[in-house]
Design a binder for this molecule. Structure first.
Ligand SMILES: NC(=O)c1ccc[n+]([C@@H]2O[C@H](COP(=O)([O-])OP(=O)(O)OC[C@H]3O[C@@H](n4cnc5c(N)ncnc54)[C@H](O)[C@@H]3O)[C@@H](O)[C@H]2O)c1
Length: 304
């Protein structure tokens, strides 16, 4: 692996901050760019809060340089992580602008959640250096990073990216085909589509969907993935079940009408007080803190 010591992060929002934290706390020099002053200004405070949560000292913030100059941020970088808004045109424009500014062999990584990497790199002369690195929120607590190889991404770039992520304690996986949503979000949203369809079709209410998941297979998931589970119950049983169930499972190619109606009427979830369920500020706060507490416990168990 080549020496990767200088990291650039484009976008100082939720994900950019988490990615910057991971590298800074592992002793890498991290430069962060954001064109929005409030994002840039609040970054160090947000990182201090994250470091307090994981009970890590603040010294690593010395490895961080924030800037509103893209050129200054990327010109020495060995790898650039783009974590700007999930809009194809925004991402394309960022890579178009930074290509003439980066070193010849700098790796260019996009943190897109679902957009195929080839669509971002279309018409860009990136010479095989553009790769997907799909981190999960919070990036400093969730180990997985999906490393997505498009038809044009070189094997060298994939290998270097995986080696770097392993070096800083992440769990990278190689996604060999550049399909929308990669692996994690395809699985996650197959489940969400069915969950919303069950509510839409009156099979059960919204609360019941989550009670079922959290009190059944959700409990097993940390130790038993779906493929291990099908091997455990037997592929013969899996086949018998699929022969019955698959024809009834939702396969709509467009978002559920129920989801579309809710968004149109401003029912956006916790941030508006109502989504599929009703949320008081207190309840929403509780869910968020329960999640962080849980992830912290898992993180500490994995470290010990
Ligand atoms: N939020 C998640 O859970 C999550 C998880 C995985 C991946 N992602 C992906 O990561 C990316 C960033 O998501 P986020 O949740 O951090 O969003 P965010 O809104 O918190 O942060 C985006 C940041 O980009 C900045 N920005 C706006 N225009 C820019 C530009 N032209 N150049 C550079 N920066 C710009 C904004 O000021 C903001 O600070 C998206 O592609 C998203 O889909 C998000």
């Amino acid at each position: 692996m080549q020496n990767i010591n200088t990291i650039a992060v484009i976008g100082a929002g939720l994900m950019g901050a988490g990615i910057a934290q991971v590298f800074a706390s592992q002793g890498k020099l991290v430069r962060v760019y954001d064109p929005v002053e409030s994002s840039l200004k609040s970054l160090v405070d947000r990182l201090r809060q994250n470091l307090d949560l994981v009970k890590e000292p603040h010294d690593c913030l010395e490895n961080l340089i924030v800037s509103n100059s893209l050129a200054e941020t990327v010109d020495e970088a060995d790898i650039v992580f783009e974590a700007a808004p999930e809009q194809l045109e925004v991402k394309r424009a960022i890579f178009r602008e930074l290509l003439p500014l980066v070193k010849e062999n700098a790796i260019l990584a996009s943190n897109t959640s679902v957009i195929p990497i080839k669509e971002i790199g279309q018409d860009l002369d990136h010479k095989g250096r553009l790769v997907g690195t799909h981190w999960w929120n919070p990036a400093y607590l969730i180990p997985l990073v999906e490393v997505v190889q498009s038809e044009t991404t070189s094997d060298w770039v994939v290998d270097q990216t995986i080696a770097l992520l392993e070096q800083v304690g992440k769990k990278p996986v190689h996604v060999k085909k550049d399909v929308a949503g990669f692996v994690g979000n395809r699985l996650q949203h197959a489940l969400w589509r069915e969950a919303i369809a069950l509510i839409n079709d009156g099979v059960c209410d919204a609360e019941t969907v989550d009670v079922v998941v959290k009190n059944s297979f959700g409990l097993r998931l940390p130790v038993l993935g779906p493929i291990e589970n099908s091997d455990l119950v037997g592929l013969d049983l899996t086949l018998d079940i699929h022969n019955v169930i698959l024809k009834g499972i939702n396969r709509d190619e467009t978002p559920s009408p129920l989801l579309q109606e809710k968004v149109a009427s401003g029912e956006l979830g916790m941030k508006t007080g109502r989504g599929f369920m009703s949320w008081s500020e207190q309840d929403a706060k509780q869910v968020r803190s329960d999640l962080v507490d849980y992830l912290l416990k898992v993180n500490q168990t994995q470290k010990s």
